[in-house]
Ligand binder design. Sequence first.
Ligand code: TYD
Ligand code: MG
Length: 454
Amino acid sequence: MAKTASFTCASCGAVHSKWSGRCDDCGQWNTISEDVPLSAGPASKGLGAARGKTVPLGDLATEDAPPPRTKSGLPELDRVLGGGLVPASAVLVGGDPGIGKSTLLLQAAAAFANQGLKSVYVSGEEAASQVRMRAQRLGLGGAAVKLAAETNLRNIMTTLEKETPDLAIIDSIQTMWLDTVDSAPGSVSQVRSTAHELTTFAKRRGISVILVGHVTKEGQIAGPRVIEHMVDTVLYFEGERGHQFRILRAVKNRFGPADEIGVFEMTGEGLSQVANPSALFLSDHEAATAGSAVFAGIEGTRPVLCEFQALVSPAPAGQARRSVVGWDGGRLSMILAVLEARCGIPFAGLDVYLNVAGGLRVTEPAADMAVAAALLSAREDVALPARTVVFGEISLSGSLRPVGQTETRLKEAAKLGFEAALLPERSKTGAVAGVKVQKMPDLAALVGDVFGAG
Ligand code: TYD
Ligand code: MG
């Protein structure tokens, strides 16, 4: 059988059957390169006549014990991992350069070591002395973490084989290289092959591995997406560089719920945990300003309150600006269109800025109504009633749709001292003490009742 070549985009991980200068999937240029097969094993020669051995087939009713887990003692990290680190699991932590991945994982290595796990931290980016200095600055100098600065995977695997740690942290996968792969570290084939070797080696030896992966926009080095499918858990570390808040988000987890978040704050002494994110995201919330709406959201299993801020101002000339931070730009356009078409409130000729305070990125459609309320409030220059939360989904017809976990959202609002909630009709509210609920059938009701406009 003729060997069929495949080509992979370093930016988005799409596989193509032939090379081209621009990736059809993500639109990036010069990011596609040919894949080198993982090994020249029997698979690449064809299976031939040799028979495989039979594998045992189980049934769905068989009960397996839940995997044993080790908690790090950092509850924000443990929650995102699904309740702790599973032995022999592979975790990928992705994020922009400089966001704090090395800091987080050095702290995690020390925390796991304090729980009795034998931890090894391999840095391919910094010298051992640099890592040691950072550890001392973070007050982790006394932790029993073994340290190495190495990029040659063959040496790393030999060392791990000898040391047999419980946990190995590889910072970062883009600096690692295998001498059997004929391309530069950071290329798609190197990143894939090293990640594959490491994860299978770790599974075989019962070692948990945490791989660090830099997210790249330029595609010079392969992004973490090309290895997402190989690992058990994918975490992304997000946040604005200028902001002190950092969010660790589980986007895939074979051992727990995805979409869970852990909230951290970057301080002079490293990352500290934020146990009550709602209080933090609302900490400098000024009471009742025009253009502000507090959204009662759900992140993973936790309710999180945050503030949407909108600013609407006349556009100088030509194309009006639409600028969004922390929310989907397409969704903003949709809400502006619904406000115009269904409620007769035009935003043409106006610049619109929308921002989620504190650096949180909200993905729930349940925030639609809070976005609309912030936009209307900014446009009409009328503040929403004080101590009020807003949530609900907006449909293209302009009607409001109830969202899940209404009671959990209302309880969190009550806990933080909110006294009223605006939400869609048909929401199952139950009885939450201290919060006056105002239900509305459609966006026009919000426009009329709250802002007296339309
Ligand atoms: P780092 O963990 O090196 O980022 P990454 O591994 O994702 O590239 O963190 C880099 C930033 O964090 C750096 O700009 C300085 C800042 N920082 C602090 O603010 N406080 C600290 O205690 C540490 C260690 C880093
Ligand atoms: Mg780093």
